[in-house]
Design a protein around this ligand. Structure first.
Ligand SMILES: C[S@@+](CC[C@H](N)C(=O)[O-])C[C@H]1O[C@@H](n2cnc3c(N)ncnc32)[C@H](O)[C@@H]1O
Length: 346
């Protein structure tokens, strides 16, 4: 479904005067949609933990935070495809409301919004609902009583859990949260010996690659984890925070790694990445190409960059444009692992 249609559906109860437009409200899973016109822009506190979207919201003039806090008379939640995340967001949203506050939730039918509506009805009791634009919009009013027992259960469902077979934790909604990604495992299997010095992990997720590198290579002096999802980075911190060599950066890698004063800039000896290839529903190889550019800019002249990607993605040409030597280390299970070294100057 078209993104602006989902906003139209979310705001429908206000447009139809079924609810009064609030002075101030939070919006979970916010995006700077055109449909959020000026009258809403000034009323909203947006929550967005994904850094590129957070930056877009700030640039479009929305008050934005990575995680909401405080008390509100009204709240809006855009439902996603992740059931555990939606349940936890509804529970958090209920807790953020003042007694008497209104919470409006909206999601596409294709993402299972109707089943969330049924759950909300059972747990909170519905104050109203609408069906339009292939979406469900439903709202509840917080009473004066204590939180329903399901709230604690739903919040617990979004807590970090053990990832099978690696001793690390991740929460639902993060990339490959219940098992180690095949591509990442493959990258670790063919990572050359001798990884040492300063290392960066671009799109580090909950920290699998970085944790393995720290475990296997004692000569690594420091590893910088760059990740756009704030909650994934929080999980990476739980997984690696005790190792003093790890540092955590909430960052849009596509916008480049932070610039340090030139005299202090210390490029990386090694960079590893299993880059994303889509944002939301849109597949876009330009995202991975942006990661390659970021790695090229931040790596030492003789540094080594190891990248894993779905074998159909057109990354080899970009690697060759940026590095003199590009070797295909492994092709298996639908992935390719490349080692690129000896960077070009331009
Ligand atoms: C394919 S996953 C790999 C995760 C992790 N390295 C692993 O091996 O499990 C790509 C990661 O990049 C993150 N990501 C997506 N867009 C990003 C961006 N613009 N900047 C930084 N990280 C991004 C995603 O949240 C995701 O955690």
């Amino acid at each position: 479904m078209n993104d602006s249609k989902i906003i139209d559906a979310l705001l429908l109860p206000f447009e139809r005067d079924l609810l009064q437009t609030p002075e101030r409200a939070f919006l979970m899973r916010a995006e700077p949609h055109e449909a959020l016109r000026e009258d809403w822009r000034s009323r909203l506190v947006c929550e967005q933990g994904f850094k590129p979207a957070y930056d877009r919201l700030v640039q479009a003039g929305f008050e934005t935070v990575p995680r909401l806090d405080g008390r509100f008379a009204a709240g809006l939640v855009l439902l996603t495809k992740h059931k555990a995340e939606n349940r936890a967001n509804m529970a958090r949203a209920w807790i953020l409301l003042e007694p008497g506050g209104v919470l409006v939730c909206c999601g596409a039918n294709a993402l299972g919004a109707a089943s969330h509506e049924r759950e909300a009805e059972r747990v909170f009791g519905l104050a109203g609902s609408l069906s339009k634009h292939q979406a469900r919009t439903f709202w509840i009013v917080r009473g004066t009583g204590a939180a329903p027992a399901e709230c604690a259960e739903w919040l617990a469902g979004a807590e970090p859990r053990p990832v099978e077979g690696c001793g690390l934790v991740a929460r639902a909604g993060c990339f490959s949260s219940d098992h180690v990604d095949k591509g990442s495992r493959l990258l670790m299997e063919c990572l050359p010996e001798g990884v040492a010095g300063r290392v960066a992990d671009l799109g580090a997720g909950w920290g699998y690659l970085s944790a393995e590198i720290l475990r296997r290579f004692p000569a690594v002096t420091g590893i910088d984890l760059y990740e756009a999802e704030a909650l994934a980075l929080e999980d990476a911190r739980s997984n690696l925070g005790d190792d003093g060599r790890a540092a955590f950066h909430w960052l849009d890698v596509g916008a480049g790694l932070p610039k340090v004063e030139p005299q202090k800039f210390e490029p990386y000896d090694w960079i590893v990445s299993n880059p994303p290839f889509h944002e939301g529903r849109k597949a876009d190889p330009a995202i991975g190409q942006g990661f390659i550019t970021a790695a090229w800019k931040a790596i030492r002249r003789r540094g080594k960059f190891v990248l894993v990607a779905n074998r159909s993605l057109p990354y080899e040409a970009e690697l060759r444009r940026r590095f003199r030597e590009v070797t295909l280390l492994r092709e298996a299970e639908g992935f390719k692992v490349y080692l690129a070294s000896n960077r070009h100057d331009k």
